[in-house]
Design a protein around this ligand. Structure first.
Ligand SMILES: [Zn+2]
Length: 104
């Protein structure tokens, strides 16, 4: 993440906007640790949906960065990827996504 706070991951991600706040949360946690907790700089390299979960890939960081990415991955199973409403991971045949009934 650059120091201006400008978000760049949206330019290379096609996740639904319901998950944008989760990535924002990840960035805020990382930003705080970079500033106040000596976390090595983190550069997000990829943000994608895989098997119904939000996956954030990055360079740099430390064990806490891994914990934050793991947290948002787990949390994404409870948030509709399209609208952000509470829902749960859906496995129906070949469909594996986290979307609510309205957005399916
Ligand atoms: Zn929805």
């Amino acid at each position: 993440m650059n120091k201006s706070g400008e978000t760049t991951w949206k330019s290379f991600s096609d996740i639904g906007e319901g998950w944008f706040p989760l990535v924002d949360t990840f960035e805020k946690l990382v930003d705080w640790d970079e500033r106040f907790n000596n976390m090595p700089p983190v550069q997000i390299t990829s943000v994608k949906e895989k098997l119904g979960q939000l996956r954030i890939y990055y360079n740099g960081g430390d064990v806490k960065t891994d914990a934050y990415a793991s947290f948002v991955r787990s949390y994404s199973e409870r948030v509709c990827e399209e609208c952000g409403e509470p829902t749960s991971l859906r496995v129906e045949g070949h469909l594996i996504r986290t979307v609510c009934d309205e957005c399916l």
